[in-house]
Design a protein around this ligand. Structure first.
Ligand code: NOJ
Length: 565
Protein backbone atom coordinates (compact mmCIF):
# COMPACT_ATOMS: atom_id res chain seq x y z
CA UNK A 1 0.00 0.00 0.00
CA UNK A 2 1.02 3.58 -0.42
CA UNK A 3 0.95 5.19 2.97
CA UNK A 4 0.07 8.82 3.41
CA UNK A 5 1.54 10.24 6.61
CA UNK A 6 0.31 13.79 6.71
CA UNK A 7 2.26 15.23 3.81
CA UNK A 8 4.25 12.12 3.21
CA UNK A 9 3.42 9.47 0.68
CA UNK A 10 5.80 6.59 1.17
CA UNK A 11 6.32 3.16 -0.25
CA UNK A 12 6.33 0.56 2.53
CA UNK A 13 8.19 -2.71 2.93
CA UNK A 14 4.95 -4.62 2.57
CA UNK A 15 4.48 -3.42 -0.99
CA UNK A 16 2.77 -6.42 -2.50
CA UNK A 17 3.47 -5.48 -6.10
CA UNK A 18 7.04 -4.36 -5.65
CA UNK A 19 8.21 -7.08 -7.96
CA UNK A 20 6.15 -5.71 -10.78
CA UNK A 21 7.64 -2.28 -10.67
CA UNK A 22 10.15 -2.87 -13.35
CA UNK A 23 7.54 -4.57 -15.50
CA UNK A 24 5.27 -3.40 -18.24
CA UNK A 25 2.19 -4.39 -16.31
CA UNK A 26 1.98 -1.05 -14.52
CA UNK A 27 2.66 0.96 -17.68
CA UNK A 28 -0.10 3.42 -16.84
CA UNK A 29 1.83 4.57 -13.76
CA UNK A 30 4.59 5.98 -15.96
CA UNK A 31 2.56 7.00 -18.99
CA UNK A 32 2.08 10.47 -20.40
CA UNK A 33 -1.51 10.63 -21.63
CA UNK A 34 -2.88 12.92 -24.34
CA UNK A 35 -6.55 13.66 -24.93
CA UNK A 36 -7.60 13.90 -28.56
CA UNK A 37 -10.85 15.13 -30.01
CA UNK A 38 -10.73 13.29 -33.34
CA UNK A 39 -13.05 15.78 -35.02
CA UNK A 40 -10.68 18.62 -34.15
CA UNK A 41 -7.29 17.10 -34.83
CA UNK A 42 -6.68 16.53 -38.51
CA UNK A 43 -8.99 16.15 -41.50
CA UNK A 44 -7.58 13.77 -44.11
CA UNK A 45 -10.67 13.62 -46.31
CA UNK A 46 -11.33 17.33 -46.77
CA UNK A 47 -14.89 17.13 -45.41
CA UNK A 48 -14.17 19.70 -42.71
CA UNK A 49 -14.16 17.18 -39.86
CA UNK A 50 -11.07 15.64 -38.34
CA UNK A 51 -10.93 11.90 -38.85
CA UNK A 52 -9.14 8.71 -37.87
CA UNK A 53 -6.81 8.74 -40.87
CA UNK A 54 -5.94 12.34 -40.11
CA UNK A 55 -5.06 11.40 -36.56
CA UNK A 56 -2.97 8.50 -37.84
CA UNK A 57 -1.01 10.94 -40.00
CA UNK A 58 -0.08 12.93 -36.88
CA UNK A 59 1.16 10.08 -34.71
CA UNK A 60 4.80 10.92 -35.31
CA UNK A 61 4.12 14.37 -33.92
CA UNK A 62 2.64 12.83 -30.77
CA UNK A 63 5.44 10.31 -30.55
CA UNK A 64 8.03 13.08 -30.82
CA UNK A 65 6.27 14.97 -28.06
CA UNK A 66 6.70 11.87 -25.90
CA UNK A 67 3.10 10.76 -25.59
CA UNK A 68 2.62 7.17 -24.38
CA UNK A 69 -1.13 6.79 -24.50
CA UNK A 70 -3.86 8.58 -26.44
CA UNK A 71 -7.36 8.96 -25.07
CA UNK A 72 -9.82 9.40 -27.90
CA UNK A 73 -13.08 11.16 -27.09
CA UNK A 74 -16.14 9.38 -28.55
CA UNK A 75 -15.98 8.79 -32.30
CA UNK A 76 -19.10 6.62 -32.63
CA UNK A 77 -22.20 7.31 -34.71
CA UNK A 78 -24.00 10.11 -32.92
CA UNK A 79 -26.22 13.13 -33.58
CA UNK A 80 -23.41 15.05 -31.84
CA UNK A 81 -25.64 16.98 -29.45
CA UNK A 82 -22.96 16.35 -26.86
CA UNK A 83 -20.03 15.98 -29.27
CA UNK A 84 -20.34 12.22 -29.37
CA UNK A 85 -21.11 11.51 -25.71
CA UNK A 86 -24.59 10.86 -27.09
CA UNK A 87 -23.97 7.54 -28.79
CA UNK A 88 -26.41 6.13 -31.36
CA UNK A 89 -24.41 2.97 -32.13
CA UNK A 90 -21.76 1.54 -29.81
CA UNK A 91 -20.27 -0.65 -32.53
CA UNK A 92 -19.31 1.69 -35.31
CA UNK A 93 -17.51 4.86 -36.32
CA UNK A 94 -19.20 8.17 -37.05
CA UNK A 95 -19.21 8.39 -40.87
CA UNK A 96 -17.55 11.81 -40.77
CA UNK A 97 -14.54 10.27 -39.02
CA UNK A 98 -13.97 7.14 -41.11
CA UNK A 99 -14.63 3.44 -40.79
CA UNK A 100 -13.85 0.48 -38.57
CA UNK A 101 -11.06 -0.38 -41.00
CA UNK A 102 -9.59 3.07 -40.41
CA UNK A 103 -9.84 2.46 -36.70
CA UNK A 104 -7.95 -0.79 -36.94
CA UNK A 105 -5.33 0.92 -39.07
CA UNK A 106 -5.00 3.63 -36.44
CA UNK A 107 -4.60 1.12 -33.60
CA UNK A 108 -1.91 -0.71 -35.58
CA UNK A 109 -0.03 2.53 -36.27
CA UNK A 110 -0.23 3.55 -32.62
CA UNK A 111 1.06 0.19 -31.44
CA UNK A 112 3.79 0.16 -34.09
CA UNK A 113 5.18 3.28 -32.40
CA UNK A 114 5.07 1.69 -28.95
CA UNK A 115 2.20 3.93 -27.92
CA UNK A 116 -1.19 2.93 -26.58
CA UNK A 117 -4.78 4.00 -27.09
CA UNK A 118 -7.76 4.15 -24.78
CA UNK A 119 -11.24 5.07 -25.92
CA UNK A 120 -14.27 6.55 -24.24
CA UNK A 121 -16.67 4.05 -22.73
CA UNK A 122 -19.93 5.86 -22.20
CA UNK A 123 -21.79 3.60 -19.80
CA UNK A 124 -24.36 5.86 -18.23
CA UNK A 125 -26.50 6.86 -21.19
CA UNK A 126 -27.13 6.66 -24.93
CA UNK A 127 -28.41 9.16 -27.44
CA UNK A 128 -32.18 9.37 -27.76
CA UNK A 129 -31.46 8.36 -31.37
CA UNK A 130 -30.08 4.99 -30.28
CA UNK A 131 -32.30 2.14 -31.59
CA UNK A 132 -32.72 0.90 -28.00
CA UNK A 133 -34.33 4.19 -26.99
CA UNK A 134 -36.36 4.38 -30.18
CA UNK A 135 -37.75 0.92 -29.47
CA UNK A 136 -38.18 1.67 -25.76
CA UNK A 137 -40.24 4.78 -26.32
CA UNK A 138 -42.41 3.13 -28.98
CA UNK A 139 -44.09 0.59 -26.70
CA UNK A 140 -44.35 -0.44 -23.07
CA UNK A 141 -44.04 -4.01 -24.28
CA UNK A 142 -40.78 -3.54 -26.11
CA UNK A 143 -37.95 -5.64 -24.66
CA UNK A 144 -35.97 -2.39 -24.69
CA UNK A 145 -38.46 -0.42 -22.56
CA UNK A 146 -36.66 -1.55 -19.44
CA UNK A 147 -33.27 -0.48 -20.84
CA UNK A 148 -34.10 3.02 -19.63
CA UNK A 149 -35.50 4.54 -16.44
CA UNK A 150 -39.16 5.58 -16.71
CA UNK A 151 -41.67 7.13 -14.37
CA UNK A 152 -45.20 8.49 -14.47
CA UNK A 153 -44.20 11.41 -12.30
CA UNK A 154 -41.16 13.61 -11.79
CA UNK A 155 -41.18 12.94 -8.06
CA UNK A 156 -38.58 10.20 -7.87
CA UNK A 157 -34.91 10.69 -6.97
CA UNK A 158 -35.36 14.31 -5.99
CA UNK A 159 -32.05 14.42 -4.18
CA UNK A 160 -30.06 13.95 -7.37
CA UNK A 161 -28.44 17.21 -8.43
CA UNK A 162 -28.69 18.60 -11.97
CA UNK A 163 -25.30 18.59 -13.68
CA UNK A 164 -25.88 20.74 -16.77
CA UNK A 165 -27.49 23.52 -14.76
CA UNK A 166 -27.35 26.02 -17.61
CA UNK A 167 -29.47 23.82 -19.90
CA UNK A 168 -31.57 21.39 -17.93
CA UNK A 169 -34.25 22.10 -15.34
CA UNK A 170 -34.87 18.54 -14.28
CA UNK A 171 -33.36 15.08 -14.54
CA UNK A 172 -36.73 13.92 -15.86
CA UNK A 173 -38.08 14.69 -19.35
CA UNK A 174 -41.47 13.87 -20.74
CA UNK A 175 -41.52 11.63 -23.78
CA UNK A 176 -44.70 12.13 -25.77
CA UNK A 177 -44.44 8.85 -27.63
CA UNK A 178 -43.72 6.82 -24.50
CA UNK A 179 -46.31 8.62 -22.41
CA UNK A 180 -43.88 8.67 -19.49
CA UNK A 181 -40.97 10.61 -18.11
CA UNK A 182 -37.44 9.27 -18.64
CA UNK A 183 -34.41 9.83 -16.43
CA UNK A 184 -31.26 11.63 -17.65
CA UNK A 185 -28.33 13.06 -15.69
CA UNK A 186 -27.01 15.07 -18.64
CA UNK A 187 -28.80 16.59 -21.66
CA UNK A 188 -32.39 15.47 -22.18
CA UNK A 189 -31.20 13.98 -25.48
CA UNK A 190 -29.12 11.50 -23.41
CA UNK A 191 -31.47 9.10 -21.62
CA UNK A 192 -29.81 7.15 -18.80
CA UNK A 193 -29.53 3.40 -19.16
CA UNK A 194 -31.20 1.29 -16.49
CA UNK A 195 -28.49 -0.70 -14.74
CA UNK A 196 -31.05 -2.51 -12.64
CA UNK A 197 -31.76 -4.42 -15.82
CA UNK A 198 -29.24 -7.31 -16.11
CA UNK A 199 -29.57 -7.13 -19.91
CA UNK A 200 -28.11 -3.60 -19.86
CA UNK A 201 -25.24 -4.76 -17.68
CA UNK A 202 -24.47 -7.53 -20.16
CA UNK A 203 -24.83 -5.25 -23.19
CA UNK A 204 -22.11 -2.92 -21.95
CA UNK A 205 -19.71 -5.79 -21.36
CA UNK A 206 -20.31 -6.80 -24.97
CA UNK A 207 -19.45 -3.26 -26.02
CA UNK A 208 -16.19 -3.42 -24.09
CA UNK A 209 -15.34 -6.77 -25.60
CA UNK A 210 -15.88 -5.45 -29.11
CA UNK A 211 -13.35 -2.64 -28.72
CA UNK A 212 -10.89 -4.71 -26.70
CA UNK A 213 -10.93 -7.25 -29.53
CA UNK A 214 -10.07 -4.42 -31.89
CA UNK A 215 -6.98 -3.84 -29.80
CA UNK A 216 -7.69 -0.87 -27.56
CA UNK A 217 -5.57 -0.72 -24.42
CA UNK A 218 -8.42 0.27 -22.20
CA UNK A 219 -11.13 2.81 -21.60
CA UNK A 220 -11.74 6.16 -20.07
CA UNK A 221 -15.05 5.35 -18.43
CA UNK A 222 -17.39 8.33 -18.67
CA UNK A 223 -19.61 9.60 -15.86
CA UNK A 224 -19.40 6.47 -13.73
CA UNK A 225 -20.89 7.78 -10.45
CA UNK A 226 -24.40 7.84 -11.87
CA UNK A 227 -25.10 4.31 -13.11
CA UNK A 228 -27.71 3.34 -10.50
CA UNK A 229 -30.51 5.30 -8.86
CA UNK A 230 -31.82 4.72 -5.35
CA UNK A 231 -34.54 6.66 -3.54
CA UNK A 232 -33.33 8.65 -0.57
CA UNK A 233 -29.80 9.06 -1.94
CA UNK A 234 -28.16 11.59 -4.25
CA UNK A 235 -27.86 8.72 -6.76
CA UNK A 236 -24.06 9.03 -6.92
CA UNK A 237 -21.34 6.54 -5.95
CA UNK A 238 -23.84 3.87 -4.88
CA UNK A 239 -22.62 0.43 -3.75
CA UNK A 240 -24.47 -1.14 -6.70
CA UNK A 241 -22.50 1.08 -9.05
CA UNK A 242 -19.20 0.00 -7.52
CA UNK A 243 -20.22 -3.65 -7.69
CA UNK A 244 -20.93 -3.37 -11.40
CA UNK A 245 -17.68 -1.51 -12.07
CA UNK A 246 -15.77 -4.28 -10.30
CA UNK A 247 -17.50 -6.72 -12.60
CA UNK A 248 -16.17 -4.80 -15.62
CA UNK A 249 -12.70 -4.93 -14.08
CA UNK A 250 -12.92 -8.68 -13.47
CA UNK A 251 -13.94 -9.17 -17.07
CA UNK A 252 -10.92 -7.20 -18.26
CA UNK A 253 -8.47 -8.85 -15.89
CA UNK A 254 -9.62 -12.32 -16.83
CA UNK A 255 -9.70 -11.78 -20.57
CA UNK A 256 -7.51 -8.80 -21.41
CA UNK A 257 -4.76 -8.42 -18.79
CA UNK A 258 -2.66 -5.30 -19.14
CA UNK A 259 -5.55 -3.17 -20.40
CA UNK A 260 -6.80 -0.40 -18.16
CA UNK A 261 -9.85 1.39 -16.86
CA UNK A 262 -9.55 5.13 -16.22
CA UNK A 263 -12.26 6.58 -14.02
CA UNK A 264 -14.10 9.81 -14.71
CA UNK A 265 -15.75 10.57 -11.38
CA UNK A 266 -15.90 14.26 -10.57
CA UNK A 267 -15.97 13.76 -6.82
CA UNK A 268 -14.23 14.68 -3.58
CA UNK A 269 -11.14 12.61 -2.70
CA UNK A 270 -12.96 10.51 -0.10
CA UNK A 271 -15.62 9.59 -2.67
CA UNK A 272 -13.00 8.96 -5.35
CA UNK A 273 -11.12 6.49 -3.20
CA UNK A 274 -13.72 3.65 -3.49
CA UNK A 275 -13.34 3.71 -7.29
CA UNK A 276 -9.95 2.06 -6.81
CA UNK A 277 -11.48 -0.63 -4.56
CA UNK A 278 -8.84 -3.01 -3.29
CA UNK A 279 -7.01 -2.61 -6.57
CA UNK A 280 -9.94 -4.43 -8.18
CA UNK A 281 -11.95 -1.56 -9.65
CA UNK A 282 -10.20 1.21 -11.62
CA UNK A 283 -6.51 1.24 -12.43
CA UNK A 284 -6.41 4.99 -12.81
CA UNK A 285 -8.68 7.82 -11.68
CA UNK A 286 -8.74 11.48 -12.60
CA UNK A 287 -7.88 13.61 -9.57
CA UNK A 288 -10.57 16.23 -10.07
CA UNK A 289 -10.16 18.20 -6.82
CA UNK A 290 -6.47 18.97 -7.26
CA UNK A 291 -7.01 20.69 -10.61
CA UNK A 292 -8.77 23.92 -9.53
CA UNK A 293 -6.41 24.17 -6.56
CA UNK A 294 -3.41 24.33 -8.87
CA UNK A 295 -5.03 27.40 -10.47
CA UNK A 296 -5.86 28.82 -7.03
CA UNK A 297 -2.31 28.38 -5.82
CA UNK A 298 -0.99 30.21 -8.85
CA UNK A 299 -3.31 33.18 -8.54
CA UNK A 300 -2.91 33.40 -4.75
CA UNK A 301 0.85 32.93 -5.15
CA UNK A 302 0.61 30.49 -2.30
CA UNK A 303 1.10 26.74 -2.12
CA UNK A 304 -1.51 26.11 0.57
CA UNK A 305 -4.46 25.04 -1.66
CA UNK A 306 -2.29 22.27 -3.15
CA UNK A 307 -0.99 21.26 0.30
CA UNK A 308 -4.54 21.11 1.59
CA UNK A 309 -5.80 18.80 -1.13
CA UNK A 310 -2.76 16.52 -1.07
CA UNK A 311 -3.21 16.14 2.66
CA UNK A 312 -6.83 15.23 2.06
CA UNK A 313 -6.01 12.73 -0.69
CA UNK A 314 -6.36 9.19 0.59
CA UNK A 315 -3.99 6.31 0.13
CA UNK A 316 -4.69 4.32 -3.02
CA UNK A 317 -3.71 0.70 -3.68
CA UNK A 318 -0.21 0.27 -4.95
CA UNK A 319 -1.26 -0.96 -8.36
CA UNK A 320 -3.37 2.16 -8.94
CA UNK A 321 -2.57 5.65 -10.12
CA UNK A 322 -4.01 9.15 -10.14
CA UNK A 323 -4.30 10.95 -13.43
CA UNK A 324 -3.77 14.69 -13.14
CA UNK A 325 -4.75 17.33 -15.64
CA UNK A 326 -4.89 21.07 -16.05
CA UNK A 327 -7.62 21.28 -18.68
CA UNK A 328 -9.77 18.97 -20.76
CA UNK A 329 -12.59 19.20 -23.30
CA UNK A 330 -15.15 20.27 -20.70
CA UNK A 331 -15.46 23.48 -18.76
CA UNK A 332 -12.84 23.84 -16.01
CA UNK A 333 -15.06 22.29 -13.40
CA UNK A 334 -15.57 24.04 -10.09
CA UNK A 335 -17.73 21.34 -8.56
CA UNK A 336 -15.05 20.14 -6.16
CA UNK A 337 -14.50 23.45 -4.38
CA UNK A 338 -16.57 25.35 -1.81
CA UNK A 339 -19.09 27.92 -3.01
CA UNK A 340 -16.83 30.70 -1.80
CA UNK A 341 -13.87 29.26 -3.68
CA UNK A 342 -15.99 28.89 -6.81
CA UNK A 343 -16.93 32.57 -6.75
CA UNK A 344 -13.32 33.49 -6.16
CA UNK A 345 -12.23 31.35 -9.12
CA UNK A 346 -14.92 32.91 -11.34
CA UNK A 347 -13.89 36.37 -10.30
CA UNK A 348 -10.20 35.67 -10.94
CA UNK A 349 -10.35 33.46 -14.02
CA UNK A 350 -13.76 34.17 -15.58
CA UNK A 351 -14.50 37.84 -15.03
CA UNK A 352 -16.89 37.98 -18.01
CA UNK A 353 -20.17 36.08 -17.53
CA UNK A 354 -19.74 34.46 -20.94
CA UNK A 355 -16.59 32.73 -19.68
CA UNK A 356 -18.68 30.78 -17.18
CA UNK A 357 -20.58 27.61 -17.98
CA UNK A 358 -22.56 25.44 -15.58
CA UNK A 359 -20.37 25.32 -12.46
CA UNK A 360 -17.18 26.00 -14.37
CA UNK A 361 -15.15 28.07 -16.79
CA UNK A 362 -15.12 27.51 -20.56
CA UNK A 363 -11.59 28.64 -21.27
CA UNK A 364 -8.38 26.98 -22.35
CA UNK A 365 -5.14 26.93 -20.41
CA UNK A 366 -3.31 29.73 -22.23
CA UNK A 367 -6.11 32.32 -22.05
CA UNK A 368 -6.74 31.44 -18.39
CA UNK A 369 -3.15 32.47 -17.73
CA UNK A 370 -3.25 35.58 -19.96
CA UNK A 371 -0.96 33.79 -22.39
CA UNK A 372 1.93 34.16 -19.97
CA UNK A 373 4.30 31.47 -21.22
CA UNK A 374 6.26 31.34 -17.98
CA UNK A 375 3.12 30.77 -15.94
CA UNK A 376 1.85 28.14 -18.40
CA UNK A 377 5.15 26.30 -18.14
CA UNK A 378 5.07 26.51 -14.37
CA UNK A 379 1.66 24.81 -14.26
CA UNK A 380 3.04 22.16 -16.59
CA UNK A 381 5.96 21.68 -14.20
CA UNK A 382 3.41 20.93 -11.47
CA UNK A 383 1.47 18.67 -13.85
CA UNK A 384 4.55 16.60 -14.66
CA UNK A 385 5.99 16.34 -11.15
CA UNK A 386 3.10 15.99 -8.68
CA UNK A 387 2.11 12.37 -7.93
CA UNK A 388 0.14 10.77 -10.75
CA UNK A 389 0.20 10.32 -14.50
CA UNK A 390 -0.22 13.58 -16.42
CA UNK A 391 -2.64 14.11 -19.28
CA UNK A 392 -2.36 16.90 -21.82
CA UNK A 393 -5.40 18.26 -23.63
CA UNK A 394 -4.76 18.57 -27.36
CA UNK A 395 -3.56 22.02 -28.33
CA UNK A 396 -2.52 23.03 -24.83
CA UNK A 397 1.06 22.00 -25.62
CA UNK A 398 1.19 24.96 -28.02
CA UNK A 399 -0.97 27.27 -25.93
CA UNK A 400 -4.03 27.33 -28.18
CA UNK A 401 -6.72 29.92 -27.50
CA UNK A 402 -10.48 29.59 -27.14
CA UNK A 403 -13.67 31.35 -28.20
CA UNK A 404 -16.08 32.01 -25.36
CA UNK A 405 -18.77 33.13 -27.80
CA UNK A 406 -19.24 29.67 -29.25
CA UNK A 407 -22.03 27.54 -27.81
CA UNK A 408 -21.61 25.19 -24.86
CA UNK A 409 -17.99 23.91 -24.68
CA UNK A 410 -17.33 24.31 -28.42
CA UNK A 411 -14.92 27.19 -27.86
CA UNK A 412 -12.32 24.85 -26.34
CA UNK A 413 -12.74 22.25 -29.10
CA UNK A 414 -11.64 24.22 -32.16
CA UNK A 415 -9.37 22.85 -34.93
CA UNK A 416 -5.80 21.99 -34.00
CA UNK A 417 -3.43 24.66 -35.30
CA UNK A 418 -0.69 22.92 -37.24
CA UNK A 419 0.70 25.76 -39.36
CA UNK A 420 -0.21 28.97 -41.14
CA UNK A 421 -1.68 27.43 -44.29
CA UNK A 422 -5.40 27.21 -45.09
CA UNK A 423 -7.48 26.33 -41.99
CA UNK A 424 -4.33 26.21 -39.86
CA UNK A 425 -3.29 23.07 -41.75
CA UNK A 426 -6.18 21.19 -40.15
CA UNK A 427 -8.22 20.64 -43.30
CA UNK A 428 -8.21 21.40 -47.00
CA UNK A 429 -11.92 21.99 -47.06
CA UNK A 430 -13.58 25.29 -47.83
CA UNK A 431 -13.45 27.17 -44.49
CA UNK A 432 -17.24 27.37 -44.60
CA UNK A 433 -17.47 23.61 -44.32
CA UNK A 434 -15.30 23.24 -41.23
CA UNK A 435 -17.08 21.66 -38.24
CA UNK A 436 -15.88 24.73 -36.32
CA UNK A 437 -14.10 27.95 -37.09
CA UNK A 438 -10.40 28.11 -36.45
CA UNK A 439 -9.52 30.50 -33.60
CA UNK A 440 -9.08 33.95 -35.09
CA UNK A 441 -7.90 36.70 -32.85
CA UNK A 442 -4.76 38.74 -32.53
CA UNK A 443 -3.17 36.61 -29.84
CA UNK A 444 -4.17 33.06 -30.68
CA UNK A 445 -4.71 32.95 -34.47
CA UNK A 446 -2.65 30.35 -36.36
CA UNK A 447 -0.04 32.91 -37.38
CA UNK A 448 0.67 33.39 -33.66
CA UNK A 449 0.10 29.88 -32.34
CA UNK A 450 0.92 26.82 -34.41
CA UNK A 451 2.85 23.57 -34.19
CA UNK A 452 5.22 24.18 -37.11
CA UNK A 453 6.64 27.44 -35.75
CA UNK A 454 6.90 26.19 -32.19
CA UNK A 455 8.76 23.04 -33.25
CA UNK A 456 11.38 25.25 -34.88
CA UNK A 457 11.88 27.47 -31.85
CA UNK A 458 13.88 26.11 -28.91
CA UNK A 459 12.26 28.47 -26.42
CA UNK A 460 8.65 27.81 -27.43
CA UNK A 461 6.02 26.37 -25.13
CA UNK A 462 5.99 23.21 -27.23
CA UNK A 463 9.77 22.81 -26.93
CA UNK A 464 9.78 23.38 -23.20
CA UNK A 465 6.91 20.96 -22.61
CA UNK A 466 8.70 18.40 -24.82
CA UNK A 467 11.81 18.84 -22.64
CA UNK A 468 9.82 18.29 -19.46
CA UNK A 469 8.36 15.11 -20.92
CA UNK A 470 11.77 13.90 -22.07
CA UNK A 471 13.26 14.47 -18.61
CA UNK A 472 10.29 12.83 -16.95
CA UNK A 473 10.69 9.75 -19.11
CA UNK A 474 14.24 9.21 -17.89
CA UNK A 475 13.14 8.11 -14.44
CA UNK A 476 10.39 6.05 -12.82
CA UNK A 477 10.51 8.39 -9.84
CA UNK A 478 7.70 10.56 -11.24
CA UNK A 479 5.13 7.86 -11.80
CA UNK A 480 6.05 5.59 -8.94
CA UNK A 481 8.00 7.53 -6.38
CA UNK A 482 7.17 8.85 -2.94
CA UNK A 483 6.16 12.45 -2.45
CA UNK A 484 7.28 14.63 0.46
CA UNK A 485 6.97 18.36 0.91
CA UNK A 486 10.28 20.15 1.41
CA UNK A 487 10.48 22.74 4.15
CA UNK A 488 11.11 26.10 2.59
CA UNK A 489 11.24 29.61 3.88
CA UNK A 490 8.26 30.82 1.83
CA UNK A 491 4.73 29.74 0.91
CA UNK A 492 5.08 31.33 -2.51
CA UNK A 493 7.07 28.31 -3.62
CA UNK A 494 5.84 24.73 -4.03
CA UNK A 495 8.86 22.59 -3.23
CA UNK A 496 8.84 18.84 -2.80
CA UNK A 497 10.95 15.72 -3.05
CA UNK A 498 10.10 12.79 -5.26
CA UNK A 499 12.07 9.64 -4.50
CA UNK A 500 12.18 6.08 -5.68
CA UNK A 501 14.65 3.23 -5.39
CA UNK A 502 17.54 5.34 -4.18
CA UNK A 503 16.92 8.29 -6.45
CA UNK A 504 15.79 11.62 -5.04
CA UNK A 505 14.68 14.69 -6.96
CA UNK A 506 13.80 18.08 -5.55
CA UNK A 507 11.20 20.06 -7.47
CA UNK A 508 10.92 23.77 -6.84
CA UNK A 509 8.12 25.85 -8.39
CA UNK A 510 7.92 29.58 -7.88
CA UNK A 511 4.17 30.28 -7.90
CA UNK A 512 4.67 33.99 -7.80
CA UNK A 513 5.15 36.74 -10.33
CA UNK A 514 8.13 38.11 -8.41
CA UNK A 515 11.60 36.71 -7.72
CA UNK A 516 11.97 34.70 -4.55
CA UNK A 517 15.01 34.07 -2.40
CA UNK A 518 14.48 30.81 -0.64
CA UNK A 519 16.33 28.30 1.44
CA UNK A 520 15.44 24.63 1.53
CA UNK A 521 16.45 22.20 4.20
CA UNK A 522 17.65 19.10 2.36
CA UNK A 523 17.72 16.94 5.48
CA UNK A 524 19.95 13.93 5.13
CA UNK A 525 22.75 12.95 2.91
CA UNK A 526 23.21 15.75 0.44
CA UNK A 527 26.32 15.40 -1.70
CA UNK A 528 27.04 19.09 -1.48
CA UNK A 529 25.72 19.75 -4.95
CA UNK A 530 22.32 19.75 -6.63
CA UNK A 531 22.16 19.44 -10.40
CA UNK A 532 19.51 20.89 -12.69
CA UNK A 533 18.01 18.07 -14.74
CA UNK A 534 17.39 20.38 -17.70
CA UNK A 535 20.61 22.33 -17.94
CA UNK A 536 23.17 20.44 -15.87
CA UNK A 537 23.77 23.62 -13.90
CA UNK A 538 25.15 22.93 -10.41
CA UNK A 539 23.82 24.49 -7.21
CA UNK A 540 26.08 24.25 -4.13
CA UNK A 541 24.59 23.07 -0.84
CA UNK A 542 25.81 24.65 2.41
CA UNK A 543 27.46 22.64 5.14
CA UNK A 544 24.26 22.87 7.12
CA UNK A 545 22.53 20.92 4.35
CA UNK A 546 20.74 23.99 3.17
CA UNK A 547 20.10 24.94 -0.45
CA UNK A 548 19.75 28.63 -1.16
CA UNK A 549 18.12 29.69 -4.41
CA UNK A 550 17.02 32.85 -6.10
CA UNK A 551 14.09 32.02 -8.30
CA UNK A 552 12.88 34.14 -11.19
CA UNK A 553 9.13 34.80 -11.44
CA UNK A 554 7.38 31.48 -12.21
CA UNK A 555 10.71 29.66 -12.43
CA UNK A 556 10.73 25.92 -11.86
CA UNK A 557 13.73 23.70 -11.14
CA UNK A 558 13.99 19.93 -11.08
CA UNK A 559 17.18 19.14 -9.14
CA UNK A 560 18.90 15.88 -8.37
CA UNK A 561 21.54 15.11 -5.80
CA UNK A 562 21.77 11.46 -6.67
CA UNK A 563 20.96 10.50 -3.10
CA UNK A 564 18.25 8.24 -1.85
CA UNK A 565 16.26 8.88 1.31
C1 NOJ B 1 -18.47 13.77 -19.14
C2 NOJ B 1 -17.84 14.23 -20.41
O1 NOJ B 1 -16.52 14.63 -20.14
C3 NOJ B 1 -18.68 15.36 -20.95
O2 NOJ B 1 -18.07 15.95 -22.07
C4 NOJ B 1 -20.04 14.83 -21.29
O3 NOJ B 1 -20.87 15.90 -21.69
C5 NOJ B 1 -20.67 14.13 -20.09
N1 NOJ B 1 -19.77 13.25 -19.42
C6 NOJ B 1 -21.86 13.32 -20.51
O4 NOJ B 1 -21.44 12.19 -21.22
Amino acid sequence: MRVLLLNLIEQTETDSTANNHAGEELWYQDAIFYEVYVRAFCDSSGNGHGDLKGLASKLDYLNDLGIDCLWLMPFYPSPLNDDGYDIADFYNIHPDYGSLDDFQGLVAEIHARGMRIITDLVLNHTSDQHPWFQAARSSRNSPYRNYYVWSDTKEKYKEARIIFVDTEESNWSWDEQAGQYYWHRFFSSQPDLNYDNPAVQDEMIKVMKFWLDLGVDGFRADAVPYLFEREGTNCENLPETHAYLRRLRRFMDENYPGRILLCEANQWPEDLRPYFGDGDEFHVGFHFPIMPRIFMALRKENVSPIEWIIERTPVIPDSCQWCIFLRNHDELTLEMVTEEERHWMWQEYAPEPRMRLNLGIRRRLAPLLDNNQKAIELLNSLLFTLPGSPIIYYGDEIGMGDDIWMADRDGVRTPMQWDTTLNAGFSESDPENLYSQVIENDTYAPDQVNVADQRKSSGSLFSNISKMIAVRKQSPVWGRGDFRWASTSTEQVAAYFRSYLGERILVVNNLSSSSQDISIDLHTGSTGMMVDLFTGKKYPVSKRDELRLTLEPYQYLWLTDGVGL
